[in-house]
Structures are given as structure tokens and as C-alpha cells.
Design a protein around this ligand. Structure first.
Ligand code: AMP
Length: 115
């Protein structure tokens, strides 16, 4: 078993962060360093999958649950429209290898494709 990720430690209450929404298998928090007016993270409760490719291959229903929770929190915290970003790999900006979706919303640069 690998060391608990920062997100597992948040889920277990070891690191303070408000869980703003959850489903049976996923939860959402605010990003500590927001890159957009609304910047939330949606995270599977398991840290078994390091990135979205592993998650899609290993548990597509859980990926669908993550997308559904992203939609819910975007509806609640933004106008409903949102950008969903999964950084995949260190050179693409991934720093936490416990798969998570960035939910970005509110006054985004229309031309930008990054977070
Ligand atoms: P990534 O770079 O795609 O792996 O995303 C990791 C994200 O986790 C970054 O946007 C960080 O700002 C965010 N992050 C790191 N630590 C915390 C924390 N304690 N609470 C909330 N977000 C965090």
C-alpha cells in the first residue's frame, strides 16, 4: 500500500479542507491555489488510480461518477458551464498522483485550453 496521498489525508480529516460535496465514491473540495474564479477538485475516494487513463480503464463507472459530481458542483458554485481538466503526467503539470478533476468556471479565457 502506498503512502496516503494529500487527498486521502484530506478525506480522512488529517489535513483541513472543507468537503463541499460528495457521493458514495467521490468528493469535492476547493483548490487551495485557485487558477480561475471557481476552481474545485473532484476526487475519487480511492487513491488506487493515479490518473484519468488508469481510472477510465479500471473503473469507468467511477469516472462517470466523478464527471457527474463535477457537473453538480459546477451547477451549485458557478453558472453551470465549466471546464474539466485532468492533468496527466508530471510534464503536463500533474503534481498529485491520485486522480482528480479540476473544475474551472467563471470568466474563463475563451481561447485558453489549459487551467
Ligand atoms: P495537479 O497539479 O493536477 O496534480 O493538481 C493538484 C492540485 O491540488 C493543485 O491545483 C493544488 O493547488 C491542489 N492542492 C494541493 N494541496 C491542496 C490542499 N491541501 N487543498 C486543496 N487543494 C490542494
Amino acid at each position: 500500500m502506498s503512502e496516503p496521498s494529500i487527498f486521502t489525508r484530506i478525506l480522512q480529516g488529517e489535513i483541513p479542507s472543507e468537503i463541499i460535496a460528495e457521493t458514495d465514491n467521490a468528493f469535492a473540495i476547493r483548490d487551495i491555489a485557485p487558477q480561475a474564479p471557481v476552481h474545485l477538485l473532484v476526487i475519487p475516494k480511492t487513491q488506487e488510480y493515479r490518473n484519468v487513463v488508469e481510472l477510465a480503464a479500471g473503473d469507468p463507472a467511477l469516472l462517470a461518477e466523478v464527471v457527474g459530481l463535477a457537473n453538480s458542483v459546477a451547477a451549485e458554485h458557478a453558472g453551470g458551464d465549466f471546464r474539466l481538466v485532468f492533468n496527466t503526467g508530471a510534464s503536463a503539470g500533474q503534481t498529485v498522483f491520485h486522480v482528480h478533476a479540476h473544475v474551472l468556471a467563471g470568466d474563463l479565457d475563451e481561447k485558453s485550453v489549459g487551467g
